[in-house]
Design a protein around this ligand. Structure first.
Ligand code: F6P
Length: 362
């Protein structure tokens, strides 16, 4: 018999997180009279004395348009590899039993874990250990296999598209090459879709290692044909044929995920130094994750939150909500997190881009 549920979000923040929280609270309180506890800062909030607060209707009022998450989050809080200082040195410990016990102390009968593949993998393992968990997929990168799309992605693509529209005019005025580096980790979705929407001339994605010589020749040819500016969108995880991703910090250094970034400057350097093309680089960074979600993401987040409560009501633990076509349905977390959703180099989107004359680095 469910009386109390808890919710946490793990990993990076993402536009729409507050919409999920609001959807969960409204469906739980209004329709079922359940109590909802919001755990702070992801699984970190369960490692020591639980940090949580009661989420009533008033707490979620007005949060649908707000970016970020009212609960706070952390992308270092993996309870199975938790960084702990021992004798001044940081080592990784398994604190999952502690997390399980702390969760039990809350008196909640189920947990909704909102996160990307890292958080969902943790949720699945905790579910196997006896914590009844339901998952909600989240990431601006859109790299989760189980769902057609994740909330946050649409907002990120809109932000990048707007940035591209702005870069077009300044690039044309100065006859420059403008390189825009965007997020996405090992998936090129943000670069590809925003590049098409923002009329980019070159799009470089991790799924298609690029030939730098060919890219340079393409830009030089455009120049000769009278094009005053060239817009290059490069995904942070893109890399040249035979080369590597540009990494700012390794997974060991961050005690979490490797931090990508720098490929924009790498390609710009080649454009300027080797080919004398005046180039500027813009790294959009966390602007892509900040601010208000689009209407699409508000609706998807609300649907995911409401459906997650329904899964708990039905006892479908170990499962997560996903969008399939026009329906929000459930699937085992295990099936959703086994592989990544990446751009198909032979797929329709890449084909469309190339038919439009966009150079994809090959
Ligand atoms: O996964 C979302 C994401 O924004 C990636 O696109 C990016 O590589 C990463 O998170 C940045 O993480 P952080 O906020 O830790 O710098």
């Amino acid at each position: 018999m469910i009386q109390t549920i808890a919710i946490l979000n793990g990993g990076g923040d993402c536009p729409g997180l507050n919409g999920v929280i609001r959807g969960v609270v409204r469906a739980a309180v209004l329709q079922r009279n359940w109590r909802v506890l919001g755990i702070e800062d992801g699984f970190d909030g369960l490692v020591d004395r639980p940090r949580y607060r009661d989420l009533d209707l008033a707490c979620v009022q007005g949060i649908l348009p707000r970016g970020g998450t009212i609960l706070g989050t952390s992308n270092r809080g993996n309870p199975f590899r938790y960084p702990v200082k021992v004798d001044g040195k940081v080592c990784l410990q398994d604190v999952s039993e502690r997390v399980l016990n702390n969760f039990r102390q809350l008196g909640a009968q189920a947990l909704i874990a909102v996160g990307g593949d890292g958080t969902l993998k943790i949720a699945r393992r905790l579910n196997d250990m006896g914590m009844p968990v339901v998952g909600v997929p989240k990431t601006i990168d859109n790299d989760l296999r189980g769902t057609d799309v994740t909330f946050g992605y649409n907002t990120a693509v809109s932000i990048v598209t707007e940035a591209l529209d702005r870069l077009q005019t300044t690039a044309e005025s100065h006859h420059r090459v403008m390189v825009l580096e965007v997020m996405g980790r090992d998936a090129g979705w943000i670069a590809l879709e925003s590049g098409i929407a923002g009329s980019a001339d070159v799009i470089l994605i991790p799924e298609i290692p690029f030939d730098l010589e060919k890219v340079c020749r393409h830009i030089v040819r455009r120049r000769s044909a009278g094009n005053r500016a060239t817009i290059v969108v490069v995904a942070e995880g893109a890399f040249p044929v035979g080369g590597h991703k540009v990494v700012q910090a390794t997974a060991e250094e961050t005690f979490g995920l490797e931090r990508l970034g720098g490929i924009g400057h790498y390609v710009a350097d080649a454009f300027e130094r080797v080919h004398g093309l005046e180039t500027r680089v813009v790294v959009l960074g966390h602007v892509q994750r900040g601010g208000s979600p689009t209407h699409f993401d508000r609706i998807l987040a609300s649907r995911f939150g409401v459906k997650a409560v329904d899964l708990i009501d039905r006892g479908q633990f170990g499962e997560m909500v996903v969008l399939k076509g026009r329906e929000v349905v459930a699937m085992p977390i295990e099936d959703a997190v086994c592989t990544q959703n990446r751009v198909d180099p032979k797929g329709n989107l890449v084909w469309t881009a190339e038919q439009l004359g966009i150079m994809m680095g090959r």
